[in-house]
Ligand binder design. Structure first.
Ligand code: URA
Length: 265
């Protein structure tokens, strides 16, 4: 029997209660607390909810559908905490909105990546399922994201992410303090590329495995801010803004379709 929060119970990390979420079932999950207010502003009637540690949250609406926007912070542990608490508050569908580094030639800066699965280079997900268990997105949510990206004519790619607990060694970056990368990660980027993975980031595998373990639905959509086959330098604000705008267009169309007020370009 799921342990939903009690009446007016405020959960420890997110500082949220069921009453504050107004029956919302959908959550949008950026990593960055600083993006929450802007994301909620893409919808209607945004209201701030709570600010605690890495968890900044707002409520907003698509017509009459309540949507929670809550930051997860970076990396698996804080994603898992966010999911555990939002699940107890009645959220059933989670969509990560992230940034990512692409590793395939065909992907351009500013493109959008919809991950349907992830390589589990994180530690947190192994607390929920053995390492041989796959990290897979919810098929229906992914299909909705893809259909919406197609309707809005957003350049997008669908495939596997490599989700690493570390930004530097786990993503085979040598531009760190020491430049040292463990032998087990040297050459890993080429291996993932050869195997057809699309991108590297730090949260998706945890999101997918924890959601599956809790019986919930999750998907992930990220904007490409580094093209690792060309440069290690994240692109500037223009690329970031472009990719985020594309993601917002996909999500707004998805929710409009969900509530029956479809929008085409
Ligand atoms: N986030 C990551 O974890 N890696 C990147 O390359 C870009 C964003």
């Amino acid at each position: 029997m799921p342990a939903y929060a009690k009446e007016n119970e405020v959960l420890y990390h997110t500082n949220l209660s069921r009453e504050m979420l107004r029956g919302a079932r959908y959550a949008l999950l950026p990593g960055d607390p600083g993006r929450v207010w802007a994301i909620a502003g893409e919808f209607e009637n945004r209201q701030p909810l709570a600010v605690h540690r890495e968890y900044t949250s707002c409520l907003c609406y698509c017509i009459d559908l309540p949507i929670v926007v809550c930051s997860t912070g970076m990396g698996g542990p804080s994603v898992a905490i966010c999911l555990e608490e939002l699940a107890r508050l009645g959220i059933t569908h989670f969509i990560r909105i992230g940034t990512t580094g692409s590793i395939q030639e065909k992907i351009a800066l500013g493109d959008v990546i919809i991950n349907n699965a992830a390589v589990r280079l994180d530690g947190t997900s192994s607390h929920y399922a053995p390492e041989i268990f796959p990290a897979v997105a919810d098929f229906e949510l992914v299909s909705r994201l893809v259909a919406s990206a197609e309707r809005m004519m957003i350049p997008h790619h669908v495939g596997i992410s490599v989700s690493s607990d570390t930004f530097w060694p786990g993503q085979e970056r040598y531009d760190s303090f020491t430049g040292y990368v463990l032998p087990k990660f040297r050459g890993s980027l080429d291996m993932w590329r050869q195997l057809g993975a699309l991108n590297c980031e730090m949260e998706t595998s945890t999101l997918f495995v924890v959601a599956q373990a809790l019986g919930l639905s999750a998907a992930s959509i990220c904007g490409v801010v580094v093209a690792r086959n060309r440069s290690e330098q994240p692109a500037g604000k223009e690329v970031y803004d472009l990719s985020q705008k594309r993601i917002y267009d996909v999500l707004k169309n998805l929710f409009l379709k969900l509530v029956g007020g479809e929008q085409h370009v």
